[in-house]
Every structure is written in C-alpha cells, then in structure tokens.
Write a protein that binds this ligand. Sequence first.
Ligand code: HEM
Length: 232
Amino acid sequence: MATEARPEQPPARASRLGLLWESAIGKKALMAATGVVLFLYVFFHMLGNLQIFMGPGQLDRYARLLHASPQLLWTVRAFLLCALAIHVVAGVQLDLSAREARPVRYQELRSTHSSTASRTMIWSGLLILAFVVYHLLDLTVGVANPGFREGEVYHNVLVTFGRGVGVLAYVVAMVALGFHLWHGVWSLFQSLGLSSRRVTPGLQRFAAAVAVILTLGFSSIPMAVLIGILRP
Ligand code: HEM
C-alpha cells in the first residue's frame, strides 16, 4: 500500500524578538523603540533637574519622592537598563557591519544627506555611555563625588559643579547628547516613514530644536553654578 508523503515540519519558530534581532531592519526598529524610551527618560530627567532653580528644599523633596517606593524605582531602573543594553548592542553591531561592508573609507566624504551628527552617532553614543557610568558613580553611588551626602541631591550637584573638571565633563557630554539626539530624532521620523519633500524640512528643524533644548536645559545647571546663580 502506497504511503502518503507527509509535509515537512516547519523549523521551530524563533521568538519575534529573536527574528527582529537577526535582521538589520529589525535591529533598527528596536533601536528606534528603545531610543524613544531613553529619550523620554532624559527629557523628564531634565525637567526634574531644572527644579534645582527652585532651591535645595524643592530638589531634595523631589528626589525623596522618586525614592519613595524601592520596588517601583528598581522596576523602572531594570526597564531602562534593558532598553539601554538593547540600544547600545544593536547600535554597535550595526556600525560594525556597516564598516565591514565598506572596509575602505570614501576618499572624500561630502554628502548632502549625511550631517556631522549622523556620521558620528557611534562616537557620540559611546561618549554618552561613558558619561552615564561616571554620572552614576558621581551622583547616585557617590564614589566619584568628593563631598557626597546620601539624599542631599542639591548639595551633591553643587559639589560636582564646584569643580572646573565637573563642569567640563558635563557640558562636553551634553553637547554630545545634543548631536546624538539631533540625528536620533530625525532618524526616528524616517523609520516611521514620515519623511517626504513637504514635511522633511519641518521635521529636521524639530529634531534640531529638541537637541538644542535638551543640551541648553541640562547645561544651564553647571553654568549657573559656575557663574554663581546657584550657591550652596
Ligand atoms: C546637568 C546634567 C545632569 C544633572 C544635574 C543630573 C542630575 C542627576 C542626579 C542628582 C541624579 C541622582 C538622583 C537621585 O539619586 O535621586 C541623577 C541620576 C541619574 N541620571 Fe542624571 N543628571 C544630568 C544629566 C543626565 C543625563 C544627560 C543622563 C542620560 C543621558 C542622565 C541619566 C541619569 C541616570 C540614568 C540616573 C540614575 C537614576 C536612578 O537612580 O535610577 N543624567 N542625575
């Protein structure tokens, strides 16, 4: 008796995340999604920090509020850490494969479509990563802050910016953040398919404005300490 040929079993399905991770376009989508999460954090962090201009009482109260529920705090921290890890690893892998695909650098790099910000995304990104590590040791853990006092955020920030090296480190990192966001926000619009002749100039101006607002917003704090507007 003839036996019917059975159709081959499909290979075990990889998870959706695994499939996304395997393709360059999927990695770009993951970078866009995690980029939005990180951007929102940075934006609200800047707004929170600007309360320093309302005095030590206000800033320290705000910090106590953020620490009120350790469970919530650690859940948010874990979520942000996952977003950061995906964003960094995908970014480094995409950059490495782009370099492998084009081992010889162009003799002359003069493109109207690529800005300085877009060509230096990997470097501004790695600089921001190094800054975040220093920043955590400075204002969260306190080991890089010579006058750290647990829970006294206003005091700790003033110690950091009371030193020229602290002001310089933060301002350089904020400029790198501005460049990174300028291209990052614009890239996001492109990933969403929003770029077109009609809307592109407006979106590019919006991305530049976002970058300038964040760089100036954060930098206003070290500058205010430097020129004596914020005092112990
Ligand atoms: C002038 C610039 C900045 C100031 C004054 C500042 C201030 C602070 C302070 C005081 C804390 C500790 C809060 C606390 O323990 O309650 C903190 C934590 C933190 N900051 Fe900033 N920050 C600045 C820029 C940035 C930027 C640009 C980033 C990201 C790119 C960033 C990411 C973080 C992270 C991830 C934490 C840890 C939050 C946590 O404890 O879970 N900060 N910052």
